[in-house]
Design a protein around this ligand. Structure first.
Ligand code: FES
Ligand code: FES
Length: 131
């Protein structure tokens, strides 16, 4: 799964990055939108990381593909109900081609035989390995 960055509120890293890319450039802006730093620890455990990601992404203009990639933990293979985060975890474990991912997660192996997901999986591999 994608990393949870604000543990108290269960807010994931990709949600925070998405919010920064959309124009929230201070911790308070992101707090207003997502509730980060408003948990029990008062931001003690997450504020520094959020500030780091603001610096990293505030001037970032993603391509359309990267934008989609960063956006959310979407379902990628509908037939087999496999999410983007499952695919990224598997890529990190070395399953870095569609065939290897098929072996590991069964993606592209549903009734549409990859018609709806193969291209997106290829895109995710390409973008993730560039990082
Ligand atoms: S971890 Fe974010 S408020 Fe506690
Ligand atoms: S959507 Fe992946 S096999 Fe159909």
């Amino acid at each position: 799964m994608d990393t949870i960055l604000c543990l108290c509120k269960g807010i994931k890293k990709y949600e925070i990055i998405d919010t920064i890319i959309k124009g929230a450039h201070t911790v308070d802006d992101i707090k207003e939108k997502l509730g980060v730093t408003s948990g029990l620890c008062g931001g003690e455990r997450c504020k520094t990381s959020i500030e780091y990601f603001i610096e990293q992404y505030k001037d970032y203009k993603p391509s359309q593909e990267e934008y989609v990639y960063n956006r959310m933990d979407t379902l990628v293979c509908f037939c087999k109900q496999i999410k983007k985060s499952d695919i990224i975890d598997a890529i990190n474990d070395g399953y870095d081609t569609v065939d290897k991912l098929k072996e590991k997660l069964n993606v592209t192996n549903g009734v549409c035989i990859g018609e709806r997901c193969r291209e997106n999986i290829e895109e995710i591999i390409k973008i993730h390995l560039k990082k």
